[in-house]
Design a protein around this ligand. Structure first.
Ligand SMILES: [Zn+2]
Ligand SMILES: [Zn+2]
Length: 156
């Protein structure tokens, strides 16, 4: 069982993860604002073994309806730290900005770019790229579901 740990900038929020499911890049406007970065680099974890180990308060906000994603920031340092993903019919998941992992090099390799049409720079990395809402969600699901169901890789 791969377990990773991490924390926000101030250290008030610490966590221990379960198995990483996948990692992705998102270029959407909400991610850019929430992460305060040119794009989001996040890793998805199943919540079964996920534990917030440091009791720092986290405030969750929903930026888009329906409320599939609740984006949490540390009350003390305002770091975007924990994002709760709930897709009806699937196990609950947690998204963590990859940079908050104590060993980011232990995260899976990124699988894809979402909302690539909103990018600030080109990324010539050979990864699959999707533009717009529905194609981005479908590309994400195509990589997430096999990981969630314990299969090795997504093949289009
Ligand atoms: Zn903090
Ligand atoms: Zn996004």
């Amino acid at each position: 069982m791969t377990q990773l740990t991490g924390s926000c900038t101030c250290g008030a929020v610490t966590f221990q993860t379960g198995r990483p499911l996948m990692r992705a890049y998102c270029h959407c406007a909400i991610c850019k604002a929430y992460h305060d970065r040119d794009f989001a680099d996040f890793t998805v974890f199943a919540t079964g073994r996920f534990r917030q180990t440091g009791g720092g308060p986290v405030t969750y906000k929903v930026f888009k309806q329906p409320p599939l994603l609740r984006r949490g920031t540390c009350d003390r340092c305002a770091a975007p730290i924990l994002e709760k993903l709930f897709i009806p019919g699937l196990p609950r998941m947690m998204l963590i900005p990859t940079r908050w992992l104590s060993t980011p090099e232990a995260a899976p390799a990124p699988s894809l770019h979402m909302f690539y049409d909103l990018r600030r720079q080109d990324h010539a990395d050979g990864l699959p790229k999707a533009n717009g809402y529905l194609p981005s969600q479908l590309l994400f699901a195509r990589h997430l579901l096999p990981a969630l169901l314990g299969r090795s890789a997504a093949h289009p």
